[in-house]
Design a protein around this ligand. Structure first.
Ligand code: AFP
Length: 284
C-alpha cells in the first residue's frame, strides 16, 4: 500500500502544478456521464494513470473520466477507483479542488475498500489517508514532500452543514431537515467541491454533508466507486457516519456499475442520525 500512496503523492504534486499554471478552459471531449471535460480533467486523469500504472501492486484503474476500466497488469492486488480532479468546475474561480482515490481488492464494492485517500489543492496541498486503524492528515512541505501532521477524529456533534443538490428539486422532508438545522444555528459551508467541503467538516470536528436523491435525480449525483465509498471509509474510520437515504452504510454498497451514484450523508454521528430520522428511517 505504501507504494500506492507514494504514487498518489507524486500524481498530486504534478496535478497541483497543472492547476497552478495550465489553461482552465474546456476541451472538445465529453466524459462517460456526458459532462464536457475541462483540459485540466484530461491532464489530471493522464497524470494519475501514468503514475499509478507504474506501481507493481496496481492491477487495474477505473477513472471517473473514463467509460471503461483500464487493466494495467495481470498481477497486482489493487484496483484503484479515482476521481482525478473532483470539483474541477471550481478551478477557473480559483477555489479549492481535490482528487479522490479508493484502493479496492478484488472488485469495486465498499466491503473491499482496503484504503482511501484524498488530496486537497488549496492554499496548501494536503493529503488524507484512511488505512488500517487511522485517518491521517499529511501536508506538503517546501521541498514538495508530504509530512505527517496529525490523526483526524470527528466529534459526535458539529456546527456545519453542507447541503448539496439543487434546492428546487429537494424533497420536502430534506428541505425541512436543512431549514431546521439552520434555524438552530448550524452554519452553511458549501463550495460545490465535495473534497474541500468534507475536509472542512473533518478538520473542524463535525457537521453534515448531504447530497440527496432529488425529484430530478433519484440516486443523486455522487459516484460511489470514485467519491462516496472512499469518503465513507474516511468518515467511518474518523469516528463519524456515512450512510445512504435508507440508513444503509455506504461501505456496504454494491454498485451496479462503476459509474453508479447514490444519495449520501456524511458527518458526525448526531447529525447523520438526525438526517436518517428526517427520512423516516427506523434506527436501533
Ligand atoms: P464537478 O467535478 O463536476 O465540479 O462536480 C463536483 C461534485 O461531484 C462534488 O464534488 C460536489 O459536491 C458536487 O458535484 C456539487 O454538485 P452541485 O453543483 O449539484 O451542488
Amino acid at each position: 500500500m505504501k507504494e500506492v500512496f507514494e504514487g498518489i503523492a507524486k500524481a498530486a504534486s504534478r496535478i497541483a502544478d497543472a492547476l497552478a499554471h495550465d489553461d482552465t478552459g474546456y476541451s472538445d471531449n465529453k466524459n462517460s456521464t456526458g459532462d464536457v471535460q475541462l483540459k485540466l480533467d484530461i491532464r489530471s486523469d493522464y497524470i494519475v494513470e501514468e503514475e499509478l500504472s507504474r506501481i507493481p501492486t496496481v492491477h487495474a484503474l477505473a477513472s471517473e473520466e473514463q467509460e471503461q476500466i483500464s487493466p494495467i497488469r495481470t498481477g497486482g492486488e489493487y484496483l484503484v477507483g479515482y476521481d482525478p480532479l473532483d470539483g474541477s468546475s471550481l478551478a477557473d474561480v480559483n477555489l479549492s479542488v481535490g482528487s479522490i482515490f479508493g484502493i479496492y481488492e478484488n472488485s469495486f464494492v465498499g466491503a473491499n475498500l482496503a484504503a482511501a485517500v484524498y488530496v486537497v489543492y488549496g492554499p496548501r496541498i494536503e493529503m488524507v489517508t484512511a488505512y488500517k486503524h487511522n485517518v491521517e492528515l499529511w501536508r506538503q512541505d517546501r521541498s514538495g514532500e508530504f509530512k505527517f501532521v496529525q490523526i483526524l477524529r470527528l466529534k459526535d456533534q458539529g456546527k456545519l452543514v453542507a447541503p448539496g443538490g439543487t434546492q428546487q428539486f429537494w424533497y420536502p422532508h430534506h428541505k425541512k431537515l436543512v431549514d431546521d438545522m439552520f434555524a438552530e444555528g448550524y452554519r452553511l459551508r458549501y463550495s460545490g467541491g465535495m473534497v474541500p467541503d468534507l475536509h472542512q467538516i473533518l478538520i473542524k470536528g463535525g457537521g453534515l454533508f448531504s447530497y440527496p436523491g432529488t425529484t430530478d435525480k433519484s440516486k443523486g449525483k455522487i459516484r460511489m466507486v470514485f467519491e462516496s465509498m472512499p469518503f465513507a471509509k474516511v468518515f467511518e474510520m474518523a469516528g463519524g457516519l456515512a450512510l445512504n437515504d435508507e440508513a444503509g452504510r455506504l461501505l456496504d454498497s454494491v454498485p451496479e456499475g462503476h459509474h453508479d451514484t447514490s444519495p449520501c450523508f456524511f458527518g458526525s454521528k448526531n447529525e447523520v442520525l438526525r438526517a436518517m430520522r428526517a427520512y423516516g428511517n427506523k434506527l436501533d
